[in-house]
Design a protein around this ligand. Structure first.
Ligand SMILES: C[S@@+](CC[C@H](N)C(=O)[O-])C[C@H]1O[C@@H](n2cnc3c(N)ncnc32)[C@H](O)[C@@H]1O
Length: 195
């Protein structure tokens, strides 16, 4: 059983801030621990719930986490400080694309939980900043069943769902990646960089 902050989870739910599901977090922690990943990048901090959960349940050395929304970024900063994790978690208030295009850091593990329609556009940059043997863990690949056809795609979600289909096709066919898609939470893609 992983250690989670019930208060943060409650805040996320009551303020309609999207946060990772329990079984997603459980699988995320197991995947980080089994791969012995130390340098972690998270795309989509929200209020810091998943970054704090990773920091408190793994032996990772550092988590860089990116959030475009200033209000959420500020809340995440407060939450990280409350948990005494400022040494381990570095927060950035920016558009993730700007960071991944320009950073020269190399990561062991990327938790992709930002704008779903952008996953496909992020992928070439993510592969570049991932070490060989490293993992991209992408959440919400089913998007509540709209990707799998379980529920109809609502009008406002069409472009995003199209983007998610493209992302799934690409991770399944890209020769640099070895991918498995798991029927856990809202659908999770685990892609290992093999070359
Ligand atoms: C699903 S939430 C992240 C939840 C978080 N990982 C957790 O479980 O606690 C996705 C977040 O990505 C942020 N986001 C959306 N577009 C972004 C972008 N272009 N760059 C960085 N963050 C972005 C949203 O503001 C939102 O807070």
């Amino acid at each position: 059983m992983i250690n989670i902050d019930g208060e943060l989870k409650k805040y996320g739910k009551s303020h309609k801030v999207p946060i990772s599901l329990d079984d997603t977090l459980d699988f995320l922690i197991k995947t980080i621990n089994n791969s012995n990943s130390k340098q972690i990048l998270e795309i989509g901090t929200a209020i810091g719930y998943s970054a704090i959960t990773i920091a408190e349940n793994t032996d990772c050395a550092n988590i860089d986490s990116l959030e475009i929304d200033s209000e959420r970024y500020n809340l995440a900063k407060e939450n990280v400080a409350k948990h005494n994790l400022t040494e381990k978690i570095t927060l950035y208030n920016l558009d993730a694309l700007e960071y991944i295009k320009n950073t020269d850091k190399i990561y062991d593990f990327i938790y992709l939980d930002g704008p779903k329609g952008q996953y496909i556009n992020y992928l070439p940059y993510l592969i570049k900043i991932l070490k060989i043997g490293g993992i991209i863990f992408a959440d919400n690949l089913y998007f509540h069943g709209m990707v799998t056809g379980k529920i109809p795609v609502s009008k406002g979600c069409r472009a995003m769902i199209k983007g998610l289909h493209k992302y799934i096709d690409e991770i399944n066919s890209n020769p640099s990646l070895d991918t498995k898609i798991y029927d856990i939470g809202d659908g999770i893609g685990v892609s290992k960089r093999i070359k």
